[in-house]
Design a protein around this ligand. Sequence first.
Ligand SMILES: C[S@@+](CC[C@H](N)C(=O)[O-])C[C@H]1O[C@@H](n2cnc3c(N)ncnc32)[C@H](O)[C@@H]1O
Length: 316
Amino acid sequence: MMLRIILRPSSSGSRSLGRCRPEKPLWRRSGDAKELQAGMNESYKPEFIELKKWLKDRKFEDANLIPARFPGTGRGLMSKTSLQAGQMIISLPESCLLTTDTVIRSYLGAYIAKWQPPPSPLLALCAFLVSEKHAGNQSPWKPYLEVLPEAYTCPVCLEPEVVNLLPRPLKAKAREQRTHVREFFTSSRGFFSSLQPLFSQAVESIFSHSALLWAWCTVNTRAVYMKRPPRPCLSAEPDTYALAPYLDLLNHSPRVQVKAAFNEETRCYEIRTATSCRKHEEVFICYGPHDNHRLLLEYGFVPVRNPHACVYVSEG
Ligand SMILES: C[S@@+](CC[C@H](N)C(=O)[O-])C[C@H]1O[C@@H](n2cnc3c(N)ncnc32)[C@H](O)[C@@H]1O
Protein backbone atom coordinates (compact mmCIF):
# COMPACT_ATOMS: atom_id res chain seq x y z
CA MET A 1 0.00 0.00 0.00
CA MET A 2 1.26 1.58 -0.40
CA LEU A 3 -1.39 0.70 -2.73
CA ARG A 4 -0.15 2.17 -5.49
CA ILE A 5 -2.59 2.82 -7.53
CA ILE A 6 0.15 3.57 -7.53
CA LEU A 7 1.27 3.83 -4.73
CA ARG A 8 4.65 5.26 -3.96
CA PRO A 9 8.36 4.92 -4.17
CA SER A 10 9.45 1.89 -2.30
CA SER A 11 10.40 2.13 1.31
CA SER A 12 13.46 0.05 0.62
CA GLY A 13 14.73 2.90 -1.37
CA SER A 14 15.71 1.57 -4.73
CA ARG A 15 12.47 1.11 -6.60
CA SER A 16 9.22 2.77 -7.19
CA LEU A 17 6.57 0.97 -5.28
CA GLY A 18 3.19 0.16 -6.17
CA ARG A 19 1.07 2.79 -4.72
CA CYS A 20 -1.49 4.93 -6.10
CA ARG A 21 0.10 6.52 -9.06
CA PRO A 22 -1.75 9.76 -9.28
CA GLU A 23 -0.07 10.94 -12.43
CA LYS A 24 -1.39 8.03 -14.50
CA PRO A 25 -4.91 8.37 -15.74
CA LEU A 26 -7.59 5.94 -14.99
CA TRP A 27 -7.93 2.25 -15.14
CA ARG A 28 -8.73 -0.34 -17.71
CA ARG A 29 -10.68 -3.47 -17.09
CA SER A 30 -9.88 -6.55 -19.01
CA GLY A 31 -13.53 -7.25 -19.64
CA ASP A 32 -12.68 -10.92 -19.29
CA ALA A 33 -15.79 -12.23 -17.58
CA LYS A 34 -14.02 -15.45 -16.58
CA GLU A 35 -11.75 -13.43 -14.30
CA LEU A 36 -14.62 -11.94 -12.38
CA GLN A 37 -15.73 -14.12 -9.55
CA ALA A 38 -18.30 -13.39 -6.89
CA GLY A 39 -17.01 -12.58 -3.42
CA MET A 40 -18.28 -13.68 -0.02
CA ASN A 41 -19.55 -10.68 1.91
CA GLU A 42 -17.51 -10.10 5.10
CA SER A 43 -19.11 -6.84 6.21
CA TYR A 44 -20.97 -8.66 9.03
CA LYS A 45 -17.68 -9.56 10.72
CA PRO A 46 -17.22 -7.75 14.06
CA GLU A 47 -13.88 -6.27 13.01
CA PHE A 48 -15.45 -4.60 9.96
CA ILE A 49 -18.47 -3.38 11.95
CA GLU A 50 -16.05 -1.75 14.40
CA LEU A 51 -13.97 -0.29 11.58
CA LYS A 52 -17.04 1.19 9.89
CA LYS A 53 -18.11 2.82 13.19
CA TRP A 54 -14.61 4.21 13.69
CA LEU A 55 -14.60 5.60 10.14
CA LYS A 56 -18.05 7.12 10.64
CA ASP A 57 -16.76 8.95 13.73
CA ARG A 58 -14.07 10.37 11.47
CA LYS A 59 -16.62 11.53 8.89
CA PHE A 60 -16.26 8.69 6.40
CA GLU A 61 -19.38 6.86 5.29
CA ASP A 62 -19.71 4.68 2.28
CA ALA A 63 -22.67 2.51 1.44
CA ASN A 64 -21.33 1.07 -1.78
CA LEU A 65 -18.09 -0.76 -1.05
CA ILE A 66 -18.20 -3.81 1.16
CA PRO A 67 -15.40 -6.05 2.38
CA ALA A 68 -15.57 -9.47 0.76
CA ARG A 69 -13.40 -12.52 0.16
CA PHE A 70 -12.79 -13.45 -3.46
CA PRO A 71 -11.48 -16.68 -4.91
CA GLY A 72 -8.03 -15.95 -6.28
CA THR A 73 -7.41 -12.52 -4.78
CA GLY A 74 -8.50 -13.05 -1.15
CA ARG A 75 -9.91 -10.20 0.90
CA GLY A 76 -10.86 -7.10 -1.05
CA LEU A 77 -13.70 -4.66 -1.66
CA MET A 78 -16.85 -5.37 -3.67
CA SER A 79 -19.10 -2.78 -5.26
CA LYS A 80 -22.81 -3.05 -4.42
CA THR A 81 -23.70 -1.00 -7.51
CA SER A 82 -22.24 -0.68 -10.96
CA LEU A 83 -19.53 1.97 -11.23
CA GLN A 84 -19.27 4.12 -14.32
CA ALA A 85 -16.06 5.42 -15.87
CA GLY A 86 -14.99 8.60 -14.14
CA GLN A 87 -16.99 7.83 -10.99
CA MET A 88 -15.47 8.16 -7.54
CA ILE A 89 -14.71 4.81 -5.92
CA ILE A 90 -13.74 6.15 -2.54
CA SER A 91 -13.08 9.49 -0.88
CA LEU A 92 -11.41 9.12 2.49
CA PRO A 93 -11.16 12.20 4.74
CA GLU A 94 -7.78 13.34 6.03
CA SER A 95 -8.96 12.57 9.56
CA CYS A 96 -8.85 8.84 8.72
CA LEU A 97 -5.31 8.89 7.32
CA LEU A 98 -2.29 7.80 9.31
CA THR A 99 0.71 9.91 8.26
CA THR A 100 3.79 11.32 9.94
CA ASP A 101 1.57 14.26 10.98
CA THR A 102 -0.41 11.79 13.10
CA VAL A 103 2.80 10.49 14.64
CA ILE A 104 4.31 13.90 15.34
CA ARG A 105 1.08 15.05 17.01
CA SER A 106 1.09 11.92 19.19
CA TYR A 107 2.98 11.07 22.41
CA LEU A 108 5.91 10.04 20.15
CA GLY A 109 6.28 13.59 18.81
CA ALA A 110 8.44 14.90 21.67
CA TYR A 111 10.75 11.86 21.44
CA ILE A 112 11.09 12.24 17.67
CA ALA A 113 11.92 15.94 18.09
CA LYS A 114 14.66 15.09 20.62
CA TRP A 115 16.33 12.26 18.71
CA GLN A 116 19.50 13.01 16.70
CA PRO A 117 20.01 12.40 13.86
CA PRO A 118 16.31 12.89 13.12
CA PRO A 119 14.40 9.64 12.50
CA SER A 120 13.21 8.95 8.96
CA PRO A 121 9.49 9.34 8.10
CA LEU A 122 9.36 5.56 7.65
CA LEU A 123 10.83 4.93 11.09
CA ALA A 124 8.36 7.37 12.67
CA LEU A 125 5.43 5.51 11.07
CA CYS A 126 6.75 2.06 11.94
CA ALA A 127 7.44 3.04 15.56
CA PHE A 128 3.89 4.39 15.84
CA LEU A 129 2.36 1.22 14.40
CA VAL A 130 4.34 -1.02 16.76
CA SER A 131 3.54 1.16 19.75
CA GLU A 132 -0.19 1.37 18.97
CA LYS A 133 -0.40 -2.38 18.37
CA HIS A 134 1.28 -2.89 21.74
CA ALA A 135 -1.32 -0.57 23.32
CA GLY A 136 -4.07 -3.04 22.28
CA ASN A 137 -7.49 -1.97 23.61
CA GLN A 138 -6.07 1.41 24.67
CA SER A 139 -5.18 2.38 21.12
CA PRO A 140 -7.51 4.79 19.31
CA TRP A 141 -6.34 3.04 16.13
CA LYS A 142 -7.46 -0.39 17.35
CA PRO A 143 -10.31 -0.84 14.80
CA TYR A 144 -7.81 -0.28 11.99
CA LEU A 145 -5.05 -2.39 13.54
CA GLU A 146 -7.53 -5.25 14.01
CA VAL A 147 -8.11 -5.60 10.27
CA LEU A 148 -4.44 -5.47 9.32
CA PRO A 149 -2.84 -8.79 8.40
CA GLU A 150 -1.06 -10.52 11.28
CA ALA A 151 1.64 -11.71 8.91
CA TYR A 152 2.83 -10.97 5.40
CA THR A 153 3.88 -13.14 2.49
CA CYS A 154 6.63 -10.91 1.09
CA PRO A 155 9.95 -12.78 0.67
CA VAL A 156 11.43 -10.72 3.52
CA CYS A 157 9.11 -12.69 5.83
CA LEU A 158 9.86 -16.11 4.35
CA GLU A 159 12.22 -18.68 5.82
CA PRO A 160 15.64 -18.72 4.08
CA GLU A 161 14.91 -22.29 2.84
CA VAL A 162 11.83 -20.98 1.04
CA VAL A 163 13.65 -17.95 -0.39
CA ASN A 164 16.23 -20.40 -1.69
CA LEU A 165 13.57 -21.92 -3.95
CA LEU A 166 12.90 -18.60 -5.75
CA PRO A 167 14.34 -17.91 -9.23
CA ARG A 168 17.91 -16.60 -8.96
CA PRO A 169 17.39 -12.85 -9.68
CA LEU A 170 14.44 -12.73 -7.30
CA LYS A 171 16.36 -14.64 -4.66
CA ALA A 172 19.12 -12.03 -4.79
CA LYS A 173 16.60 -9.19 -4.42
CA ALA A 174 14.83 -11.00 -1.58
CA ARG A 175 18.14 -11.34 0.28
CA GLU A 176 18.91 -7.65 -0.30
CA GLN A 177 15.49 -6.78 1.10
CA ARG A 178 16.10 -8.93 4.17
CA THR A 179 19.47 -7.22 4.76
CA HIS A 180 17.85 -3.82 4.27
CA VAL A 181 15.18 -4.50 6.91
CA ARG A 182 17.75 -6.01 9.29
CA GLU A 183 19.87 -2.84 8.96
CA PHE A 184 16.80 -0.68 9.42
CA PHE A 185 16.15 -2.53 12.69
CA THR A 186 19.76 -2.33 13.90
CA SER A 187 20.07 1.37 13.12
CA SER A 188 16.74 2.13 14.86
CA ARG A 189 17.49 0.46 18.18
CA GLY A 190 18.94 3.61 19.76
CA PHE A 191 15.77 5.52 18.93
CA PHE A 192 13.62 2.71 20.35
CA SER A 193 15.66 2.80 23.60
CA SER A 194 14.92 6.51 23.91
CA LEU A 195 11.20 5.63 24.08
CA GLN A 196 11.61 3.59 27.29
CA PRO A 197 9.99 6.26 29.55
CA LEU A 198 6.71 5.66 27.66
CA PHE A 199 6.51 1.96 28.51
CA SER A 200 6.51 -0.14 31.66
CA GLN A 201 7.82 -3.12 29.68
CA ALA A 202 11.35 -3.25 28.26
CA VAL A 203 11.37 -1.57 24.84
CA GLU A 204 13.50 -4.42 23.45
CA SER A 205 10.52 -6.75 23.86
CA ILE A 206 8.09 -4.28 22.24
CA PHE A 207 10.22 -2.98 19.37
CA SER A 208 11.57 -6.39 18.40
CA HIS A 209 12.83 -7.31 14.95
CA SER A 210 9.60 -9.20 14.21
CA ALA A 211 7.43 -6.26 15.35
CA LEU A 212 9.40 -3.86 13.14
CA LEU A 213 9.24 -6.28 10.21
CA TRP A 214 5.44 -6.42 10.57
CA ALA A 215 5.24 -2.61 10.64
CA TRP A 216 7.62 -2.28 7.68
CA CYS A 217 5.53 -4.73 5.63
CA THR A 218 2.34 -2.93 6.65
CA VAL A 219 3.70 0.35 5.28
CA ASN A 220 5.36 -1.24 2.26
CA THR A 221 2.33 -3.22 1.10
CA ARG A 222 -0.47 -0.82 2.08
CA ALA A 223 0.54 2.84 2.15
CA VAL A 224 -0.61 5.23 -0.54
CA TYR A 225 1.55 7.98 -1.98
CA MET A 226 0.99 11.33 -0.33
CA LYS A 227 3.84 13.80 -0.29
CA ARG A 228 4.30 15.75 2.92
CA PRO A 229 6.52 18.82 3.27
CA PRO A 230 9.90 18.15 4.93
CA ARG A 231 10.04 18.85 8.67
CA PRO A 232 13.11 19.53 10.81
CA CYS A 233 12.23 16.80 13.30
CA LEU A 234 12.39 14.14 10.55
CA SER A 235 15.26 13.19 8.27
CA ALA A 236 15.39 14.54 4.72
CA GLU A 237 14.16 11.27 3.16
CA PRO A 238 10.96 11.77 1.17
CA ASP A 239 7.89 11.69 3.36
CA THR A 240 5.36 10.07 1.05
CA TYR A 241 3.52 7.43 3.04
CA ALA A 242 -0.08 7.54 4.17
CA LEU A 243 -1.94 4.58 5.61
CA ALA A 244 -5.52 4.78 4.44
CA PRO A 245 -7.86 2.53 6.43
CA TYR A 246 -10.54 0.74 4.37
CA LEU A 247 -9.18 2.14 1.09
CA ASP A 248 -6.21 -0.15 1.67
CA LEU A 249 -8.49 -3.17 1.26
CA LEU A 250 -8.45 -2.61 -2.51
CA ASN A 251 -6.54 -5.31 -4.37
CA HIS A 252 -4.40 -4.91 -7.47
CA SER A 253 -5.22 -5.74 -11.04
CA PRO A 254 -2.74 -4.96 -13.81
CA ARG A 255 -5.70 -4.46 -16.14
CA VAL A 256 -7.28 -1.47 -14.48
CA GLN A 257 -6.34 2.15 -14.13
CA VAL A 258 -7.45 4.73 -11.63
CA LYS A 259 -6.81 8.33 -10.78
CA ALA A 260 -5.75 8.63 -7.18
CA ALA A 261 -4.54 11.59 -5.18
CA PHE A 262 -5.10 13.67 -2.10
CA ASN A 263 -7.53 16.46 -3.00
CA GLU A 264 -6.36 19.66 -1.29
CA GLU A 265 -9.81 21.23 -1.62
CA THR A 266 -11.94 18.44 -0.20
CA ARG A 267 -9.07 17.32 2.12
CA CYS A 268 -9.83 13.73 1.11
CA TYR A 269 -7.76 11.00 -0.50
CA GLU A 270 -9.78 10.21 -3.61
CA ILE A 271 -9.78 7.37 -6.10
CA ARG A 272 -11.75 7.55 -9.34
CA THR A 273 -12.25 4.77 -11.87
CA ALA A 274 -11.51 5.27 -15.56
CA THR A 275 -13.72 2.44 -16.61
CA SER A 276 -16.85 0.78 -15.47
CA CYS A 277 -17.18 -1.96 -12.89
CA ARG A 278 -20.22 -4.19 -12.64
CA LYS A 279 -22.42 -4.58 -9.60
CA HIS A 280 -21.12 -7.18 -7.12
CA GLU A 281 -17.71 -7.35 -8.77
CA GLU A 282 -14.44 -6.87 -6.95
CA VAL A 283 -13.21 -3.30 -7.33
CA PHE A 284 -9.52 -3.21 -8.23
CA ILE A 285 -6.90 -0.55 -8.40
CA CYS A 286 -3.51 -0.75 -10.10
CA TYR A 287 -0.45 -0.65 -7.86
CA GLY A 288 1.71 0.10 -10.91
CA PRO A 289 2.85 -1.65 -14.10
CA HIS A 290 4.90 -4.14 -12.09
CA ASP A 291 6.25 -7.46 -13.25
CA ASN A 292 5.72 -10.58 -11.16
CA HIS A 293 9.09 -10.37 -9.39
CA ARG A 294 8.33 -6.90 -8.21
CA LEU A 295 4.82 -7.79 -7.07
CA LEU A 296 6.08 -10.78 -5.12
CA LEU A 297 8.96 -8.83 -3.61
CA GLU A 298 6.98 -5.77 -2.60
CA TYR A 299 3.47 -7.14 -2.08
CA GLY A 300 3.87 -10.86 -1.55
CA PHE A 301 1.65 -12.07 -4.39
CA VAL A 302 1.66 -12.82 -8.09
CA PRO A 303 -1.46 -12.17 -10.19
CA VAL A 304 -2.94 -14.88 -12.38
CA ARG A 305 -2.29 -13.10 -15.66
CA ASN A 306 0.08 -10.17 -15.79
CA PRO A 307 0.71 -8.31 -19.05
CA HIS A 308 3.83 -6.82 -17.41
CA ALA A 309 5.32 -10.23 -16.61
CA CYS A 310 8.84 -10.70 -17.92
CA VAL A 311 11.60 -13.26 -17.80
CA TYR A 312 15.00 -12.23 -16.47
CA VAL A 313 17.96 -13.69 -18.30
CA SER A 314 21.60 -13.51 -17.29
CA GLU A 315 24.18 -12.07 -19.66
CA GLY A 316 25.74 -15.50 -20.02
C1 LIG B 1 -3.30 -2.94 -0.08
S1 LIG B 1 -3.50 -4.56 0.46
C2 LIG B 1 -5.03 -5.02 -0.28
C3 LIG B 1 -5.96 -5.69 0.71
C4 LIG B 1 -5.54 -7.03 1.22
N1 LIG B 1 -5.95 -8.08 0.30
C5 LIG B 1 -6.12 -7.30 2.60
O1 LIG B 1 -6.81 -8.29 2.79
O2 LIG B 1 -5.85 -6.52 3.51
C6 LIG B 1 -2.27 -5.28 -0.54
C7 LIG B 1 -2.13 -6.76 -0.33
O3 LIG B 1 -3.26 -7.44 -0.86
C8 LIG B 1 -2.88 -8.64 -1.50
N2 LIG B 1 -3.25 -8.51 -2.92
C9 LIG B 1 -3.46 -7.38 -3.61
N3 LIG B 1 -3.83 -7.63 -4.87
C10 LIG B 1 -3.87 -8.97 -4.99
C11 LIG B 1 -4.18 -9.86 -6.08
N4 LIG B 1 -4.53 -9.43 -7.28
N5 LIG B 1 -4.10 -11.19 -5.84
C12 LIG B 1 -3.74 -11.66 -4.63
N6 LIG B 1 -3.42 -10.87 -3.56
C13 LIG B 1 -3.49 -9.54 -3.75
C14 LIG B 1 -1.39 -8.79 -1.29
O4 LIG B 1 -1.17 -9.56 -0.13
C15 LIG B 1 -0.93 -7.36 -1.04
O5 LIG B 1 0.23 -7.27 -0.26
